[in-house]
Ligand binder design. Structure first.
Ligand SMILES: [Zn+2]
Length: 67
């Protein structure tokens, strides 16, 4: 009986770890770029993704290319 109880606990721990995965992905998105003031919010025409430049001044939303 003890083995069954241990198995149940192990299964519970495994499902708990699975639930945690999305939280790790959120952290990854937040630290995409290491910018002093933040990342440019414009969309790059060539790729369709967010511009990968950093803004040059505090309070700016766009990099020097997208102003
Ligand atoms: Zn930009």
């Amino acid at each position: 009986m003890k083995k069954i109880l241990l198995l149940a606990i192990a299964t519970g721990l495994l499902s708990f770890t699975t639930v945690k995965v999305p939280a790790d992905q959120n952290v990854k998105e937040k630290s995409e770029l290491d910018c002093n003031y933040g990342q440019c919010r414009a969309t790059a025409k060539s790729t369709g993704n967010q511009c990968m430049h950093c803004v040059s001044n505090s309070g700016d939303f766009y990099c020097y290319q997208h102003k």
